[in-house]
Every structure is written in structure tokens, then in C-alpha cells.
Design a protein around this ligand. Sequence first.
Ligand code: NAP
Length: 251
Amino acid sequence: MTITRTAIVTGAARGIGAAVAKRLAADGFAVAVADLDEAAGKPVVEEIENAGGRALAVGVDVGDEPAVRAAVERIAGELGEPTVLVNNAGIIRDNLLFKMTADDWDAVMNVHLRGSFLMARAVQGYMVKAGWGRIVNLSSTSALGNRGQANYAAAKAGLQGFTKTLAIELGKFGVTVNAVAPGFIETDMTAATAERIGVSFEQLKKDTVARIPVARTGLPADIAHAVAFFVSEGAGFVSGQVLYVAGGPTV
Ligand code: NAP
């Protein structure tokens, strides 16, 4: 008998999260499409269902402790006890240090770090109980430093330490914890970057491609593929790793 495992993907209404949710559903997981706005996740759920999969749209702000607890309980009850968590929800509040407000700093820390912590803590009990689990955190090449992203770079580097620590703590319960660190991926987030720096998205893509060894920008499906590997049954001996998915080596 094959067990249907339940996965939670945060920030799954669009971009990378939506691609991850669809990929995990295609790989046989029941998927909770978690995002700030429940209605925004419904089209992704419909796509999954139309393709023969199982999914549930769930509204949750990952930085809100009671909301996280309630969302995870609801998912466990309506979809199945979650044993896969992909911490993908993210925001940017870019600015050079001298212009960055404390609110910009806090907002980014709240979603990426506090959000991943709250979600992982809420879900780990189900993983430990099952003796099996997979957590994948979305880091970024920005963890290595990126102009205008002091808050985001610190959060994404922080997620790497978080990943390694959870890998150490949870390994003996059959739970692996890894991070995927994307380079430039075509989503609303990178489109917003183009807008902020005052160039068209097409121009930003062209400029970026010139620096990428595989000579193309990344797509959400590229990241979904890497996440699917970490989540797979056969990846049980791979833990505490950070996989850069950036079309070339990072410097
Ligand atoms: P995106 O298109 O901006 O989508 C992010 C999603 O997260 C949105 O649906 C957003 O909801 C949701 N979200 C934001 N705050 C949330 C919260 N507090 N609780 C729940 N959901 C929340 O971003 P993306 O480009 O797909 O990025 C996904 C992840 O990959 C992020 O962690 C990002 O930092 C990382 N990443 C992206 C790139 C890239 O090039 N795109 C590169 C490296 C890393 P709303 O629509 O309601 O705001």
C-alpha cells in the first residue's frame, strides 16, 4: 500500500511556491497551498485537482503564531497530518542601508525567519510521530551578499543556519532539513526588483542572463525540481545541505 503524504507549501499562490505545490502534487503528495490570502491559492488548488491530485487552499500569515497553529491543525484534519514542509513564503523590502527603515528590516525577518521557525515548530510533531519528514527552506544567492538587500541577505543567510540546526536536531527522527538557494528566477518578486531599480523586466532579465553561465534566467519549475529531490523518498541521507540553483557556480 502506498501512503499519501501531506505537504505544506507556504507562499504557494504564485511564483516558486505555486510551481513547488504543483510539482509535489504531481509526485503524489496531498498539498496544502498556504498563502496570506486563501482565495489567491484556489486557482493553484483547481489546477492540481484538474490534474488528478489533492490539494487545499489555506489562508495563513506565517509570521502570526496563533494563525500558524490553527492552519497546521486544519491541514492535519482536512488533508492529512503534514510530514513535508516547504518554507517558501517571502517578501522583499530592498533599500540601501542608509535608507532602510526598521520596519523594512522587521517585515523581512518576520516572514522569512520567524515564519519558517513558526511553521517548522508547528509541523515537526507530526514528522516525529511519523518517524519521517522533509523540511525545505528557501534561501537565496543573496545570502552571500547583495547590494540593497541587507535585510533579505541576513534573513536568507539566517535560514541556512536554521536549516543546519534543524537537520542536527531532527535527523534521528527520520526528518531531513535542507535549503534551496535560487539565483534569478522569473517571478513577480524579480519583476518588482526591476520596477524598483527603474528598468523594464525584459532589460533586467537580459542584463542578468549575461552573467549566468547556462545563459538563461531560472524558472519556478527549476526550483520545484530541486525541492522535489530533497523531498523524495530516496534523499533520506541528504540533510543540512544548501543547494544553489543559479545556472552556475556562486562566487
Ligand atoms: P513571490 O512571487 O513574491 O511570491 C511570494 C508568495 O509569498 C506570495 O504569494 C505572497 O503572498 C506570499 N507571502 C508573503 N508574505 C507571506 C506571509 N507572511 N505568509 C504567507 N504567505 C506570504 O516570490 P517568489 O519569487 O516566488 O519567491 C518565493 C521564495 O523564493 C521566497 O522565499 C523568495 O525569497 C525566494 N527566492 C526567490 C528568488 C527569485 O529570483 N524570484 C530568488 C531567490 C530566492 P501575497 O501575494 O499575498 O503577497
